[in-house]
Design a protein around this ligand. Structure first.
Ligand SMILES: Cc1cc2nc3c(=O)[nH]c(=O)nc-3n(C[C@H](O)[C@H](O)[C@H](O)COP(=O)(O)O)c2cc1C
Length: 205
């Protein structure tokens, strides 16, 4: 059960930032789960609506909302995976492609995030970055609700027939398949970058 505050009215003041140890702890320790470990139950309809609402509160240059969601769940998800299997079957490396499908088959809920950029003065790259922010925030929202989440792409994000099966249009890209479900085992910590090694301080001359 989630208890989000109501969406603020347009123009209403939002809360001033204040220290929030629970959020900091969550960010310091959260990890993605392996898609293979995501089991039922996934989010219910209310939780899914909340996750989608939270994921759209991302930085978005020009307020274009240049992204959209395709929900894959239940029997429809099974049919989608069967469609991917048929596409894989026709490929020279069929076994390899089919072998990758467990990641989309197993999780109870998958949200495909489609980068759907608008023409105009906002650079394409920035609109695509915003779609990435949506994927990240989907993971954060699901994890904050107590679910495991995994953002993947894999061959079916770029294969023309798989794109058509999903309903991806010309000019659109699959930013990610975000898989969500319950997890029983804690994900293990992974290798992390050396922050100092990737950080410099700009100085004149
Ligand atoms: C755009 C994008 C695509 C990804 N695609 C895959 C993928 O196809 N297969 C995979 O195993 N991990 C993929 N990952 C990596 C996982 O989502 C995740 O970042 C990684 O497992 C560790 O994440 P964590 O730091 O949240 O635990 C992708 C990540 C990004 C950002």
């Amino acid at each position: 059960m989630t208890a989000l505050p109501p969406e603020p009215e347009f123009g209403a003041p939002t809360p001033l930032p204040e220290p929030n140890d629970a959020v900091l702890r969550f960010l310091a320790l959260r990890r993605s789960a392996s898609a293979a470990n995501l089991s039922a139950p996934g989010p219910d309809a209310d939780q899914l609506a909340d996750i989608l609402r939270l994921a759209t509160r991302v930085p978005d240059h020009g307020k274009l909302a240049p992204w959209r969601f395709v929900i894959l769940e239940g029997e429809a998800k099974g049919a989608f995976v069967a469609g991917l299997e048929a596409i894989a079957e026709a490929a020279p490396d069929a076994e390899k492609l089919k072998g990758a499908l467990f990641k989309v088959r197993i999780p109870p809920l998958t949200i495909a995030v489609i980068s759907s950029p608008a023409a105009g003065k906002i650079p394409l790259w920035e609109q695509q970055l915003s779609a990435g922010a949506v994927c990240t925030t989907l993971c954060l929202a699901a994890q904050a609700m107590g679910f495991g989440a995994n953002w993947i792409t894999d061959w079916y994000a770029v294969d023309p027939a798989a794109r058509a099966l999903l309903g991806v249009g010309d000019g659109e890209q699959v930013a990610g398949y975000v898989h969500i479900g319950s997890i029983a085992e804690p994900p293990l910590e992974r290798v992390r970058p050396d922050v100092a090694a990737i950080t410099t301080r700009w100085s004149e001359g």
